[in-house]
Design a protein around this ligand. Structure first.
Ligand SMILES: Cc1cc2nc3c(=O)[nH]c(=O)nc-3n(C[C@H](O)[C@H](O)[C@H](O)COP(=O)(O)O)c2cc1C
Length: 177
């Protein structure tokens, strides 16, 4: 799978690091961080390609490159609004618009609290187009005791939504027979 990850300037950049850390080595990962975010990562043994957020001519900015799935984690309200309006003025917004036009999986993890009506309208609009709106919202059924447990839960849920097999969080099990 060719997976594109865009990191934008919302709180929770550490979640993107966790997302990369636990990703199976079989996945080809293309990362673009908006200049308002800061991602510092060296991951050995992973197929990772870094792209400049202003380089609109980057390989992943073309549908022909064949990115299978795209995740924006975290997704700022600024980037969310641009995607909802079809603005593609940097690489994160361009790869989102490519995913939309190519009808490929696009997952956004919008991070803000509370959400404005504008942000909710933007999410509603994109959800109707098939975009997976998956903000970092924790659950209390997963035996979460530490921040690490919480992060593993969130990353596991994002992997699930993208079809990436994982057992990095405790799933709900009601001892069904
Ligand atoms: C410390 C800090 C935390 C921020 N957290 C958020 C956030 O959680 N959500 C959000 O939408 N914007 C947040 N912002 C504002 C965005 O960084 C700002 O809107 C920026 O223009 C987003 O640019 P980008 O979408 O190109 O990354 C934060 C800014 C700072 C300085």
């Amino acid at each position: 799978m060719k997976l594109a990850l865009a990191v934008t300037g919302a709180s929770g950049v550490g979640l993107a690091n966790k997302f990369i850390e636990h990703l199976p080595n079989t996945i080809e990962l293309h990362i673009v961080a908006s200049k308002n975010s800061a991602i510092v990562s060296i991951y050995e043994n992973k197929k990772i390609f870094f792209h400049n957020d202003e380089n609109i001519a980057s390989s992943i900015s073309s549908g022909s490159f064949g990115i299978d799935k795209t995740i924006i984690l975290p997704c700022s309200m600024n980037t969310l609004a641009k995607i909802a309006c079809g603005i593609a003025d940097n690489l994160p917004t361009r790869i989102a618009s490519v995913a939309l036009k190519e009808r490929k999986t696009l997952l956004l993890a919008p991070r803000e609290m509370p959400f404005s009506t504008i942000a909710l309208e933007n999410m509603h609009k994109l959800s109707f187009m098939g975009v997976i709106i998956s903000p970092p919202v924790i659950a209390y059924y997963s035996d979460i005791k530490t921040v690490e447990d919480m992060e593993m839960f969130l990353v596991g849920k994002w992997y699930d939504a993208l079809g990436i097999e994982n057992d990095i969080y405790k799933r709900w099990c009601n001892n069904d027979k």
